[in-house]
Ligand binder design. Structure first.
Ligand code: MG
Length: 258
């Protein structure tokens, strides 16, 4: 048995609801850094998150994909809208790939545009930027509570580490680890951590990520929980495989009760 215990958490959709921030930062990135002739960004768009964007969020894995979605929503011709969103979702990865190709973009550059947009806002007005995130206080309390059981907490996110850390600091959460997209895939990170820690659970709102963990023979013993308060696709909660459990905010406490 490992002497040290650890609980793992995803960040977006699990610790914070950052929907408004995703929309705001992606719009700003498209407006300021993308140089696309195909889009028109009206300042009124910043006032309210597009419903299409909210509906697309469960499909998004990496930040750069948000720029693609915002680009498609703000196109002057053939924008992504209610009529074609299902088609887009059905071939989500293929569509993203085709849009990259068509515009001669590479994902790393789009990610840099998003990171620059976040950095710009942080330098200009850090508090306003942080306030775009709504914390799930039940999760924050849980992270605090597990300390009493001598359980460490680790956050693995597809965000840049620096941005997650800035928000966590403001929420007064100081986890043992924060791993961003720079550190590799979540499966890789969990595998490394499992050499040193007994991982008590992983709370994540992306079903596919949990399935990947369960399909890896080295880490399939990690108890996996799908956060039902996160960004889920319509059918994500149904027929969960590999003993992945659906978790509600009110049931968090039970994870360490026994
Ligand atoms: Mg998430």
């Amino acid at each position: 048995m490992h002497p040290k215990k650890l609980f793992l958490f995803d960040f977006d959709g699990v610790i914070v609801d950052g929907m408004y921030e995703y929309w705001h930062s992606s719009l700003l990135a498209c407006e300021k850094y993308l140089n696309s002739q195909d889009i028109c960004i009206d300042q009124n768009l910043y006032k309210q998150v597009s419903n299409i964007f909210i509906e697309m969020r469960p499909w998004i894995k990496y930040g750069w994909e948000m720029l693609i979605i915002v680009h498609e929503i703000t196109k002057t011709e053939n924008p992504l809208n209610n009529n074609n969103k299902i088609n887009f979702q059905n071939k989500y990865h293929q569509n993203c790939k085709e849009i990259l190709l068509k515009n001669s973009w590479v994902s790393e550059d789009l990610q840099k545009c998003l990171d620059k947009s976040r950095k710009y806002q942080i330098d200009k007005d850090f508090d306003s930027w942080v306030k775009l995130h709504k914390p799930f206080y039940e999760v924050i309390d849980f992270i605090e509570r597990i300390k009493k059981y001598k359980i460490n907490s680790g956050i693995i996110t597809t965000k840049g580490t620096i941005f997650a850390e800035k928000i966590l600091e403001r929420l007064n959460i100081f986890p043992e680890f924060v791993f961003g997209y720079e550190s590799g895939t979540k499966v890789e990170i969990a595998s490394k951590l499992s050499k040193e820690y007994e991982i008590m659970g992983f709370i994540e709102d992306r079903r596919k990520t949990l399935v990947d963990i369960k399909q890896n023979s080295y880490i399939r013993h990690i108890p996996c929980y799908l956060a039902d308060w996160g960004y889920l696709k319509r059918n994500d909660k149904n027929n969960l495989p590999y003993e992945i459990k659906l978790l509600k905010l009110k049931d968090l406490g039970q994870l360490v009760a026994n």
